[in-house]
Design a protein around this ligand. Structure first.
Ligand code: HEM
Ligand code: SF4
Length: 551
């Protein structure tokens, strides 16, 4: 966990009183909704279909149990008893009352949580691998660097009035769990031949209306230079980025239009001016941040404790363990993913009671720490293997032990027409229907790893382009129509999916997905050839044939 210092606490508290005053002026009519908009957006407050929506940042997806309890409290006291975890390591509350928002923000500030820069044209929450610091084989805990960037960019003038929102993600593992290739800047921690720590820097990735996979702009930037290098990128973006056309404003468009060579030359030139300035990070600064991350006092534990050996006879436990439990870098410990995708429920939702109970379980079994991943699931990062059976039983009682992590019912979906004022179509009901269709655990297991991603409009909040199966809702002649893509992925081999054919109606989506899956089962070479690999081998044609032959 990271411990905030006095500067952070002061900043977060000042923000609350500032916002309280702004809300007061809006409520008294002194500010119009238009005037208030720019102010509320700076505190993560949107105006949605039914109500104001409040988006809270969870820096690099790490939460302490008392912070999760504070989120539960906000859900219970100011909302309708639940919150929605999103693909950006945020949580959203959909029914919050404006008059109560300052109180909610104040209650969160008490535990060091805020909503700064969760909306608006600035640097958004810096996201990272939800297994950071515990994943075997990672170069270093990437959160140290996420935190450095967070501190540097929070309320920084160069980053506060960008042409458009800006997202950075960092990973330190070969297997990319932070989806760095679909971010404006993606950073991969690496070591150079001298053994020094630095970054491969990618730029210009992003989804939305015009999706791009990020391109490598520099193969190695030394850790001490990373702030100046990012700033150089941002300066070029600030200078050339389109401010006249919202659809062309993201850095991915600039990189595309200038070409990566020209863009990188511009960045290089800018970088030479600022590289040896105060932006160069002293080792002490990094050391200070590193020292503020504390790690649990792990015990020396056996690799295979008796408790786990005995529980292996229970097929229900084994079904859960197989998909939810991952190796930890410390022997005798595991990382446990908690599925927020129960069959028939909206993906990513957690009730206040579940959040409270999970905070208790984190205290009991995971040194008080919880992680939030971009797949809209949570994780307990430090669970002793001997505790796995007891934890599983406790999770099961809370409805949090659905054994579907990484399987076909572990669906990512944006809120769509249920909440979002930009939506063209429903997302959540599609996800719910699909989870019911594939509720049979044996079938889901037989299918294996398969990610379905759903967005209710072209903005791509549900990452549909990079779903193994992507579902995009559009509107055609007043009707919801869904376009299906296959072959996308968000990891180190990131790729955009390809359309399989004309859009289909709401009622047909689940049938079509069943057809696609049946085609895969018939076409795969071996039982362990993943869906994504079959698509790569064969392309869309055989899937297209299967789906449209009878339609
Ligand atoms: C309900 C309120 C929301 C609104 C008004 C909203 C609005 C938008 C807009 C306008 C974009 C396109 C930006 C662009 O390309 O320039 C976008 C993209 C995105 N949003 Fe949302 N969104 C909402 C909720 C969510 C939720 C719930 C999630 C996560 C489940 C999310 C995560 C994302 C992500 C990951 C992108 C990806 C596109 C990119 O590469 O930048 N948003 N959103
Ligand atoms: S993809 Fe569209 S419908 Fe879904 S949350 Fe984003 S803006 Fe709303």
């Amino acid at each position: 966990m990271y411990a905030y210092d006095e500067i952070d606490r002061t900043l977060v508290n000042e923000r609350v009183s500032e916002f309280r005053d702004q809300v007061k002026r809006r409520l008294s009519g002194e500010l119009t909704e238009d005037e208030f908009k720019i102010l509320r957006l700076q505190n993560g407050v949107y105006l949605q279909l039914h109500a104001y929506m409040f988006r809270v940042a969870i820096p690099y997806g790490t939460l302490a149990s008392n912070q999760l309890r504070a989120l539960a409290h906000v859900a219970r006291k100011y909302d309708r008893g639940f919150g929605h975890f999103t693909t950006r390591q945020n949580i959203q509350f959909n029914w919050i009352k404006l008059a109560e928002l300052p109180d909610a923000l104040e209650d969160l500030a008490k535990v060091g949580i805020h909503a700064m820069q969760t909306s608006g044209n600035n640097m958004r929450n810096v996201t990272s691998d939800q297994w950071a610091g515990v994943a075997p084989g990672e170069i270093e805990d990437p959160r140290i660097w996420s935190e450095l960037i967070r501190q540097h960019t929070t309320l920084h003038p160069e980053f506060s009035f960008l042409p458009r929102k800006f997202k950075i993600a960092i990973t330190a593992s070969d297997h990319d769990r932070a989806a760095i290739k679909i971010h404006d800047i993606g950073l991969k921690l690496i070591k150079n031949e001298k053994g020094e720590t630095g970054f491969e820097v990618l730029v210009g990735g992003g989804l939305g209306r015009t999706p791009f996979i990020g391109k490598t702009i520099k193969h190695f930037v030394h850790g001490r230079d990373i702030l100046s290098y990012i700033e150089a990128i941002l300066r070029v973006y600030n200078q050339y980025g389109r401010r006249d056309n919202i659809y062309k404003a993201r850095i991915k468009i600039l990189v595309h239009e200038l070409g990566i060579e020209k863009f990188s030359r511009e960045v290089e030139e800018e970088w030479q001016h600022i590289r040896n300035s105060s932006l160069q990070i002293d080792d002490e600064v990094i050391e200070d941040i590193r020292s503020r991350f504390t790690y649990p006092a792990y015990e020396k534990l056996p690799h295979m404790p008796d408790e786990l050996r005995q529980a292996a006879a229970d097929t229900d436990f084994e079904a859960w363990r197989k998909n939810s439990v991952a190796p930890h870098k410390v022997q005798g410990y595991s990382i446990v993913t908690i599925s927020l995708k129960p069959i028939g429920k909206p993906p990513g939702d957690a009730t206040a009671d579940q959040m409270d109970a999970l905070a208790d379980l984190a205290d009991e079994y995971s040194f008080g720490e919880i992680r939030v991943g971009h797949e809209q699931n949570l994780a307990l990062p430090h669970v002793a293997k001997r505790d796995l059976p007891a934890l599983w039983k406790a999770l099961d009682k809370l409805g949090l032990a659905t054994p579907n992590v990484n399987l076909i019912t572990d669906i990512i979906a944006c809120p769509g027409l249920d909440y979002c004022s930009l939506a063209n179509a429903r997302s959540i009901p599609i996800a719910q229907e699909l989870t019911r269709r594939f509720a049979n655990h044996e079938l889901a297991n037989l299918i294996g790893r398969l990610h379905i991603n759903i967005s209710g409009c072209i903005n791509a909040c549900g990452h549909h382009h990079v779903g193994h199966i992507g579902i995009l809702g559009v509107e055609k002649n007043g009707e919801e129509v869904y376009q299906i893509t296959i072959g996308g992925r968000a990891d180190e081999g990131a790729a955009l999916g390809n359309l399989i054919g004309p859009g289909v109606k709401f009622d047909e989506v689940a049938d079509v997905i069943e057809d696609v899956v049946e085609a895969y089962l018939a076409l795969r070479e071996r039982p362990d050839e993943l869906f994504i690999d079959t698509v790569k081998r064969l392309g869309v044609e055989p899937f297209k044939e299967r789906v449209y032959a009878t339609r």
